[in-house]
Design a protein around this ligand. Structure first.
Ligand code: URA
Length: 219
C-alpha cells in the first residue's frame, strides 16, 4: 500500500517534533471514499487503527447512518503520528508529567504531507471527506470558514508538496470532489453540532447515490 522508503522518510521528517507513534491509513486500495482526519491520538498509536478512540466511535456512528462500513472507505489523517504536549501536574505531593493530544502544527503537517499526497494519487477516490478544519486546510488550502462551507461538495484541485525537499505546497492538475464535514470530536464540545452533522450526512448520502459509489461492506 505504501512504499516503505516513503514511510521511513516521513518518520524521519517528523522525528524533530513532539510527536509519537505512527498509524498507517486503513482501507481498500481502490476505495471510492477517503476520509481524512487531523492526527491520531493516544488510542490509535497504541493499536495502530485510525479513528479507534472516542472520536472513532462517533465516526462509526456517522458511517452507520450513511450505511457505510469501515471496509468501504480509506481512513487516514493529515499527520500520522500523535502530536502531544507534556503537562506537569502535582499529585499526592509529587510532580507527574502527562501527555495530552494537541493540534498538529503546519511543520508537522508538511513533514507527513508526502503520505497523504501518495494516498490521494494512488487511490484516486471519487469523494474525499475532510473531517474538521485541519484536514480541510491541508487538502484544499482553505482556512477557517468550516461553519459556512461544511456539508457542500466542492470540486477543486488539492494541495500537494512541491518536492520532498520543499516546504511549498502546490496544486494538483486534477480536480477532486471534496466534502467538508465537522471533525467527529467537535460534538464532544458542542452537542448542538450533531443536528447539522446529520443534515450534512443526508447530503453526503445523496452524493454517494448520485455518484454510483460502490459499497461492499455494509450493503
Ligand atoms: N482524530 C483523527 O483525526 N484521527 C484519528 O485517527 C483519531 C482522531
Amino acid at each position: 500500500m505504501y512504499p516503505e522508503s516513503l514511510v521511513k522518510e516521513c518518520q524521519k521528517r517528523i522525528e524533530k517534533y513532539p510527536c509519537e507513534g505512527f498509524v498507517y491509513g486503513q482501507g481498500p486500495e481502490k476505495a471510492e471514499i477517503m476520509l481524512v482526519g487531523e492526527a491520531p491520538g493516544e488510542t490509535e498509536i497504541h493499536n495502530g487503527i485510525p479513528f479507534s478512540g472516542r472520536a472513532g466511535k462517533q465516526l462509526s456512528e456517522f458511517l452507520d447512518y450513511l450505511g457505510i462500513s469501515r471496509e468501504d472507505v480509506f481512513i487516514t489523517s493529515a499527520v500520522r503520528s500523535r502530536p502531544y504536549k507534556v503537562v506537569k501536574k502535582e499529585k499526592d505531593g509529587q510532580i507527574i508529567e502527562k501527555k495530552y493530544n494537541r493540534t498538529p502544527t503546519q511543520k508537522e503537517i508538511l513533514a507527513h504531507a508526502p503520505l497523504l499526497d501518495y494516498n490521494i494519487c494512488s487511490i484516486q477516490p471519487k469523494v474525499i471527506v475532510t473531517l474538521g478544519k485541519i484536514a480541510l486546510e491541508r487538502v484544499t488550502g482553505m482556512k477557517g470558514n468550516l461553519e459556512k462551507i461544511h456539508g457542500k461538495m466542492m470540486i477543486t484541485p488539492v494541495q500537494k508538496l512541491k518536492r520532498l525537499d520543499s516546504s511549498e505546497m502546490v496544486w494538483t492538475d486534477q480536480k477532486y470532489k471534496i466534502f467538508p464535514l465537522y471533525h467527529p470530536a467537535a460534538v464532544f464540545y458542542n452537542r448542538r453540532l450533531l443536528q447539522e452533522i446529520y443534515e450534512d450526512l443526508d447530503q453526503l448520502k445523496n452524493y454517494i447515490k448520485e455518484e454510483g459509489i460502490r459499497l461492499n461492506g455494509a450493503m
